[in-house]
Design a protein around this ligand. Structure first.
Ligand SMILES: *Cc1c(COP(=O)(O)O)cnc(C)c1O
Length: 232
């Protein structure tokens, strides 16, 4: 299947999942997870109608940006971000999905303030409590938000999660449901510079379940581009 055929099929699946959940599919956006796909393939995905490009690695983003790969499409950063690379990302992307610590948020705030901009971000939640994964644990979120609320050049628009890898997408439904609950609970509280508008969850294997449970951004790589070749 071509990239265009894959994107068309995924958009159909998104619409069907939204319908099952009684949601308006217009409130769900498809983020193409473009890692390890070159500028030409990224352009193909954009032409096929993905809503957003999501890049994982700072160096790859920098290279493809210079090649004009993302023209006509909003760009997000979805990968793990190290503090020393923040300067290469702030102001270049509409949204950073993966803020996983208060010091990282502080660094983003510093760089954004220096540029005279406000950087939109999501907080990453380690919803499966996995040791190898980054992200806030649910019970750390309130304290983190209280600190981040003081960062006037950072605006928190929602939450992101990568639940455990599993064989059956249904196994992740409880994690997606917990994320939605956190999202709703936090949305009822009042923090400066924090609103809950975006819930980023669901990948190739489980985006339909994520949508049924309330995802507003789904991040799909393999489903659009095919398997990545890590041997290259
Ligand atoms: C690679 C990646 C995805 C997409 O994964 P697929 O299983 O290929 O759809 C989504 N989110 C993040 C953060 C990723 O790194």
């Amino acid at each position: 299947m071509s990239i265009a055929e894959n994107v068309a099929q995924i958009k159909e699946n998104i619409a069907a999942a939204a319908l099952r959940a009684g949601r308006d599919s217009a409130e769900i956006k498809l983020v193409a997870a473009t890692k390890m796909n070159d500028a030409q393939r990224v352009r193909e995905a954009i032409a096929a109608g993905v809503d957003i490009c999501g890049e994982n690695r700072v160096q790859e983003l920098t290279e493809k940006l210079a090649q004009g790969a993302y023209e006509g499409c909003p760009l997000h950063f979805i990968g793990h971000l190290q503090k020393n690379k923040v300067k290469n990302i702030v102001g270049r992307v509409e949204l950073i999905h993966s803020v996983d610590s208060v010091p990282l948020a502080a660094e983003i705030n510093k760089k954004a303030a220096a540029l005279g901009i406000v950087q939109d971000v999501l907080l990453e939640v380690n919803i499966g409590a996995e040791e190898a994964k980054s992200g806030f644990s649910p019970d750390e979120l309130d304290a983190a938000l209280a600190e981040i609320a003081d960062f006037s050049a950072v605006r928190v628009l929602g939450l992101m999660a990568i639940p455990p890898i599993c064989a059956d997408s249904e196994q992740n439904r409880p994690y997606f449901r917990s994320m939605k609950q956190l999202f709703v609970d936090i949305g009822r509280k009042k923090y400066d510079n924090v609103t809950m508008q975006i819930l980023s969850m669901g990948m190739s294997a489980d985006y339909e379940v994520a949508i049924e449970e309330g995802a507003s951004l789904v991040r799909v790589g393999t489903g659009i581009f095919g398997a990545r070749n890590y041997a290259l």
